[in-house]
Design a protein around this ligand. Structure first.
Ligand code: DGL
Length: 276
């Protein structure tokens, strides 16, 4: 099968990667996608990086059995834990990963104070350290893990009282220190952008990296001559490793604003399989 007709694999610990899938579909509307939400293990952010790496390898293997022509690691935590490893392990497949968008933030901040919202594992990873080292010298970075926010978004409560309390507690002290830019370093958080914008007000730029990731995916596929040449709309197959695909279908439908049916995969040891 020629690469161009094959799907692009996209995965996250849960529904967060849909913020990236949304941008991918808008940039590459003719491509087919397979989306895997590893809800058996969500949240990834408080887990050791080695554990997240093993999940990422299992999901990537599954996506490759589905003939994925590229894999987008739509999760900052999994990218921090596994991106280099995945590229070395599956050298024939291009992997596009996430890193907190500290570079564009450092380039455009006027106050020199930037807030970064990401999971504990992302902050611990070498990827974040390298981005900070390369691009943020001279910029003051204020970091916050927004504990509990991933769970709120997993439940579809993007504007609820708890999400508001978590974000207010994170962002108000940053504003008081002069922050004029917020980097969303977790793919769940863009679903809370309306709330974030309400809290930070108009003078603060909120950076969602998803459009940049979509452009990068397009570049990677174009360089391999692997972009889909069809002119019909692409299809998306949605999977969860969680136990409640009907609940996930409801949350994903709400987040994407369209009816989505989610199917179940299950972990057999380190291997991901469809339910018979
Ligand atoms: N959406 C993920 C990220 O970008 C993971 C959140 C989590 O599972 O803790 O980091």
């Amino acid at each position: 099968m020629k690469a161009e007709g094959r799907p692009i694999g996209v995965f996250d610990s849960g529904v967060g990667g849909l913020s990236v899938l949304r941008a991918l579909r808008s940039r590459l509307p003719h491509e087919h996608f397979i989306y895997v939400a590893d809800q058996a293990h969500v949240p990834y952010g408080a887990r050791p990086l080695e554990e997240v790496r093993a999940f990422a390898v299992g999901i990537a293997r599954y996506l490759l059995t589905q003939r994925a022509k590229a894999v987008v690691v739509a999760c900052n935590t999994a990218s921090a834990a596994a991106l280099q490893h995945l590229r070395a392990m599956f050298a024939d497949t291009p992997f596009v990963g996430m890193e907190p968008a500290v570079k564009p933030a450092a380039e455009t901040t006027r106050s020199g104070v930037v807030g970064v919202l990401a999971t504990p594992a992302t902050f611990q990873g070498a990827l974040y350290a390298s981005v900070v080292e390369r691009f943020a010298r001279g910029t003051r970075l204020l970091e916050c893990t927004c504990e509990g926010l991933v769970q709120e978004i997993e439940a579809g409560r993007t504007t609820g009282l708890r999400a508001r309390a978590i974000l207010t507690a994170a962002l108000r002290p940053m504003l008081a220190k002069g922050m004029d830019t917020v980097v969303l370093g977790c793919t769940h958080y863009p679903f809370a952008i309306p709330l974030i914008e309400e809290i930070v007000g108009e003078g603060v730029r909120v950076i969602d990296p998803a459009p940049a990731i979509a452009r990068q995916t397009e570049r990677v596929l174009a360089a391999r001559d692997a972009l889909c040449q069809e002119d019909t709309p692409g299809k998306v197959a949605f999977y969860t490793t969680g136990e409640h695909p009907e609940r996930t279908s409801g949350v994903m439908s709400r987040l994407l604003g369209e009816k989505v049916t989610v199917h179940r995969l299950h972990w057999e040891g380190k291997t991901l399989r469809p339910l018979p």
